[in-house]
Design a protein around this ligand. Structure first.
Ligand SMILES: [Zn+2]
Length: 358
């Protein structure tokens, strides 16, 4: 548990973490989601037919994983996974002077909601806004006005104009809390923690010893007689499994992030030296999926509607070209390339300005 030892030589009275520890903890928490998303994307790309759905429900898979891991950490270590990693714990601000400074059951449940559900809801709202913005900017003004009448579109329109103010207010409140924390006007660095009466403190030596005691495998088999010990094996096994998974997760995540970084820096080098190299051969054509949409017989036909393409648009993940309305609608419904089933998003659409008459 070397990560807990770094702060041991600091004075015991200085229990409040510095803003740097908090920022480090927050950036680790926000790095977990992209890392898991990256792993799911690798899995989905390896076999789009079999694993494509994993990428489409990636946010929900992360939500479940996050719930399990954060619940385990809150229950056993009194903080989130990233807080525990940086040697921090959550304490009840109302009972701060008390020996029993731990979280109440109610606060633990609220903490779990703030840690897991709030970021998920914010992510979904961000995605919804991005989609509304794309629709607004897609230039399809005629259909935009036709749809204007429906109740749902009206709501979407209101959301499109209101959400930026909400987002701005949300971020500003967080920034103000950080500033107040730096200048010691506030004991809490986050409005979410303030609302539920919690602040962050460094783990004490006693906390770390208690955690190590709890984690030692001898303590897991409770009971005095052999029979009692035997009967506690299934629950102990579950505990060991969850704690191994929870402890191993950061390692896996950092390993994946490292691979991502490694390949991206490799790419950079390759780009720098590209002038000295001969022009590379074009990549092979992506393989159509077994149950994917069939390619049309003539290259000017759109694979989806089979008519001559209007507004030709390439999908960057596979390189195939479709009508813009056809592929946009398909991506919103299925989230993958119709031909190869590679995971794709509407961000990957590239408008092609070719002279159709030639
Ligand atoms: Zn079409």
């Amino acid at each position: 548990m070397a990560e807990f030892a770094a702060h041991l030589n600091q004075s015991a009275t200085n229990a409040n973490p510095t803003i740097f520890e908090i920022i480090a903890e927050e950036s680790m928490a926000s790095a977990l989601r992209p890392a898991v998303g990256y792993a799911l994307n690798v899995l989905a790309t390896s076999n789009p037919d079999k694993w494509g759905w994993v990428w489409r429900v990636g946010d929900e898979i992360y939500l479940c994983l996050d719930y399990l891991v954060q619940n385990h950490y809150l229950k056993n270590y009194g903080g989130s996974i990233s807080e525990n990693f940086y040697g921090l714990k959550r304490v009840n601000r109302v009972m701060i002077g008390n020996k029993e400074g731990g979280l109440s059951r109610f606060q633990r449940h609220l903490s779990l909601i703030m840690l897991v559900t709030v970021p998920y809801a914010k992510l979904k709202l961000d995605k919804l806004f991005e989609k509304a913005r794309e629709e607004h900017l897609s230039g399809n003004q005629a259909s935009y006005h036709a749809r204007k009448r429906s109740y749902f579109s009206q709501l979407k329109r209101i959301f499109f104009y209101v959400y930026p103010f909400f987002h701005f207010t949300w971020e500003t409140i967080f920034l103000c809390y950080h500033l107040m924390y730096i200048f010691k006007f506030s004991e809490v660095h986050s409005p979410l923690l303030h609302v539920i009466g919690i602040s962050l403190q460094r783990l004490t030596r006693q906390d770390i010893l208690a955690q190590d005691m709890r984690n030692s495998y001898n303590n897991l088999l409770k009971g005095n007689t052999l029979l009692e010990k035997m009967s506690s094996i299934p629950s102990s096994f579950g505990h060991v499994l969850v704690s191994t998974l929870a402890n191993g997760l950061p390692v896996i995540v950092f390993f994946l992030k490292f691979i991502e970084w490694w390949y991206s820096s490799d790419n950079k080098k390759a780009v720098q030296s590209v002038t000295q190299l001969p022009i590379p051969v074009p990549p092979p054509q992506p393989k159509p999926a077994d149950h994917g949409v069939q390619l049309p017989p003539h290259p000017v036909q759109c694979p989806l509607c089979k008519n001559v393409r209007t507004n030709p648009t390439a999908l960057a993940s596979s390189g195939y070209v479709f009508c813009y309305p056809c592929i946009y609608k398909y991506l919103n419904q299925h989230g993958c390339c119709p031909i190869t089933h590679l995971p794709s998003a509407s961000k990957q659409l590239v408008r092609l300005y070719v002279d159709e008459t030639n």
